[in-house]
Design a protein around this ligand. Sequence first.
Ligand code: ZN
Length: 200
Amino acid sequence: MDTTVGAILRRFRQLLLGLPWDGVPRSFIVDLLQFCASSKRVIRTRIVEGGRTTVAEWANQNLLHLYVDSGDFAFVGVSMSELVRASSIDQSCEPHELEFGAVLGYPDCCCRFIATRTEAQIDDVGEEQKAWRFEGEFRLINPTGYSQGRALISHLPCSTNCKPSLDLAWKAVRLLEEEFELPANPLEWSSVVFREYGQP
Ligand SMILES: [Zn+2]
């Protein structure tokens, strides 16, 4: 596989160009960004009601697979067996924060952090992080705009100075800088993408 920046960028553009915007939540483009920029291989998302067919077609056209589980979640990635495995870990009744986070490409430290709180509390953790102060370049790992597509990482970082999360954020910034004129606050990157690709 060609992994040069140019090839990754072409891939990202291609995925955005045909994306059925009304079939996926806004957070999906943050997942897609990390999917292209980092070694993330599996995306977990929720398909918007009625969007399943168009998202499946989009995945198919891009040589990706879509797996919708028996609950709320959909998985997107290059390998169907990885998606099925991700879903089965996700639905397991055993504690699975470490294993599942690894499948989604999240840093170990951040998976361990979530494991101390359990996945059931993940929404509470997300709420608490709205009060966290990210300073300097660590502002790039602020996850609180994720659901609006205003984030560079697709997981909750373990601290306000998590270096592995910062590495993921910088990978995303470097990819975006190749293509777009980024706003002064790079967390707002998706506004440029929405403008360019027609998302209202
Ligand atoms: Zn971390």
